[in-house]
Structure formats: structure tokens, C-alpha cells
Write a protein that binds this ligand. Structure first.
Ligand code: PHE
Length: 344
């Protein structure tokens, strides 16, 4: 009988060593359960002599305890291994992007263009400031030397608010007045923002669009400074080394005034539909700040000079990205917005 118990024990330990969780459960029943091997032996002790009863009984009990313990140990080991495995599988790689499974968002091309323009001008020493979209006649017109009779003030072009007291700014130039009122020279700022004009929209016009105003005022600022800054800006923005020219023009708030053209980026100056065969496209307006503008903010116009420029954001975005209808920039058709040119 002793031998038999040893054999049973040996076999059981062998089986436990290689068992998985479910096998352990059946081994427990097989050896320790009510009809299990060891329970059977203990139950059958009555047929043995007193001495045998003692030795077989205690041996069977010892073996029972050992098997019980082994099963518990093995269970604990398996549980630990399973946990390790789970941790290994579910481990989070913190170096992966949090947004990994989601589609990557992009900036709207107008915003992207404002960012690109601002980055270049900041590198040339300009500070970015903001002005309000709701303005008064003083900031939008009067202080900028635009007389009452001027057609730009016409109710047809300007969105007036509150019974003509306030208006939606028609350009970012009132930003010039606001910064000069607040601060003495030297001034070197850009004012990006949304502007409004009461006009019908078509492929080239929209009643809401964006401009970036530039203003630099100090002693000894000359037209040469203006030419240098704008030529550098155009070269950097379009990255194309195309010709740039300054053409005499007229704005009430600058004297002299100029319009800046660059060689058409579509035909490289040869002449095409976009540049109406002239080889040149108009990029922005600029000039030397008019003494009347300096006077309106109580600057000493004998001492200080300055230049200003106004960039039409949509216009140069359209040239840069080859967009032929300004309305595409406002319809927010994802097929348009997702084009890779905008996503850098
Ligand atoms: N404010 C002018 C416009 O909207 C642009 C401009 C700005 C021109 C600054 C000269 C100097 O057309």
C-alpha cells in the first residue's frame, strides 16, 4: 500500500508540474475530491490492521497535504505568469503619439498663410499686434487722411453699424493709428486680421477677407528700407527668385505710394491668362506714411518718417497655391482643404 501511495504521489506531482489552470482544477478533484484517489484510500482504512491504519493513514494525509500545497503553488505561479503576459501584451508605448489613431488635423490655408507671412516678417524684426474688427470712422478713415467725401467711405463699400457711428473695418490700416497712439517710435509692427467690404462676391472678391498691415516708424526711415523689407519678404514667401517691381500708385495715407508686382509665378513672366499676358501680378500696396497721418497721432513729422504696407492674404495664398476662385477658401470643402500643399 505504501508503495502505491508513493506512486500516486509521484504521478500527481508530475501532472501538476505540467498542468494549466483548468487541468489543475481536475487534478484537484482527481486526487483530493470526495471520490479522489487519496480520499478513497483514507476511506478504506478500516480493512487494515491498527498499525497499518496508522502508517497508511498518516502517509496518505501527508501526501494529500503535499499535493494540495503543490496545486496551490502552481496556481499562484500560473496566475503570475498570466499577469506578466497580459502586462507585456497591453504595455503602452509612451513614445507613440497620443493622437496616433486619429486623423491629423491641419490649419486652414488662410490661417496657414497668415502664419507663414508673420513668421517671415517676425524674422525681419516686426512685432505682431491686433486691432478691433469694429472700428470708428476716425480710425478707419479720418486719421488715415481719407476725407469725408472719399468714395471708399461710400455706404456701398462700408458696412456701417449703430446708425453710422461704428463700422466693420474695411482694411487693417486703422491698426497703424491704434499702435501709434499707444506708443512712441521706434515702431515696427504687423497687424493681421479680418476686414469687410460691402461688395458682391465672385471668383476674385469676397465681402470678408484678410489683410496684414505693416508699419515701421522711426528717425531716418526711407523708401529704401521699405523696398528691402518687401523684396526680402516676397523672395522668402514665394521662394522663387522672381523679379519684383515697385509701380507708382495712390493711397491717401501714404506719400509716395506704390503697388508692388512680382513676375507671374505661373508663367515665370512670359505672359499667361492669370497675368493677362503682362508677365506681372500685383502683390500688395505700400508707401511712406503721409505726414497728415503722423500729425493725427501727434507725432513730430519733421523728426520721424515711416513706411506702411498692406498685404491681401487670400490674394497671395491664391497665387502661392494656385487657387483660382477665392470662394474655395470659404466653402470648407474637405476635399479642397485636405490638399497636401496646405499641410506643412
Ligand atoms: N489699406 C490699403 C488697402 O486696403 C492697403 C495699404 C496699406 C496701402 C498700407 C498702403 C499702405 O487697400
Amino acid at each position: 500500500m505504501d508503495n502505491n501511495i508513493d506512486k500516486i504521489a509521484q504521478k500527481a506531482l508530475e501532472k501538476i508540474k505540467n498542468a494549466d489552470v483548468t487541468e489543475l482544477e481536475s487534478l484537484k478533484i482527481e486526487y483530493l475530491g470526495r471520490n479522489g484517489f487519496l480520499t478513497q484510500i483514507l476511506k478504506s482504512l478500516s480493512k487494515y490492521s491498527i498499525d497499518d491504519k496508522k502508517s497508511i493513514g498518516s502517509k496518505a494525509n501527508r501526501v494529500k497535504n503535499i499535493i494540495e500545497k503543490e496545486i496551490e503553488n502552481k496556481k499562484a505561479n500560473l496566475k503570475e505568469a498570466l499577469f506578466d503576459e497580459k502586462m507585456r501584451k497591453e504595455k503602452t508605448d509612451c513614445s507613440k503619439s497620443f493622437y496616433f489613431p486619429f486623423p491629423k488635423g491641419t490649419f486652414h490655408p488662410v490661417i496657414q498663410t497668415i502664419k507663414n507671412i508673420s513668421t517671415i516678417l517676425k524674422s525681419l524684426g516686426f512685432l505682431v499686434v491686433q486691432g478691433p474688427e469694429i472700428e470708428t470712422e476716425w480710425y478707419n478713415f479720418e486719421a488715415l487722411n481719407i476725407p469725408k467725401s472719399h468714395p471708399a467711405r461710400d455706404i456701398q463699400d462700408t458696412f456701417y453699424l449703430d446708425g453710422l457711428k461704428n463700422l466693420l473695418r474695411t482694411h487693417t490700416s486703422p491698426g497703424q493709428i491704434r499702435i501709434m497712439e499707444k506708443q512712441k517710435p521706434p515702431i515696427k509692427v504687423i497687424v493681421p486680421g479680418r476686414v469687410y467690404r460691402n461688395e458682391a462676391s465672385d471668383a476674385a472678391h469676397s465681402s470678408t477677407f484678410h489683410q496684414i498691415e505693416g508699419l515701421s516708424v522711426d528717425e531716418n526711415i526711407t523708401f529704401l528700407d521699405l523696398k528691402m523689407v518687401l523684396t526680402e519678404f516676397i523672395d522668402k514667401f514665394f521662394g522663387s527668385n522672381l523679379g519684383v517691381r515697385f509701380r507708382p500708385s495712390y493711397f491717401q495715407f501714404t506719400e509716395p505710394s506704390a503697388e508692388v508686382d512680382m513676375q507671374c509665378i505661373f508663367c515665370k513672366g512670359k505672359g499667361c491668362g492669370v497675368c493677362k499676358n503682362s508677365g506681372w501680378i500685383e502683390i500688395l500696396g505700400c508707401g511712406m506714411v503721409h505726414p497728415n497721418v503722423l500729425r493725427s497721432v501727434d507725432y513730430d513729422f519733421e523728426k520721424y518718417t515711416g513706411y506702411a504696407f498692406g498685404i491681401g492674404v487670400e490674394r497671395i495664398a491664391m497665387f502661392k497655391y494656385g487657387v483660382n476662385d477665392v470662394r474655395l477658401l470659404y466653402e470648407n470643402d474637405l476635399r479642397f482643404l485636405k490638399q497636401s500643399e496646405f499641410n506643412y
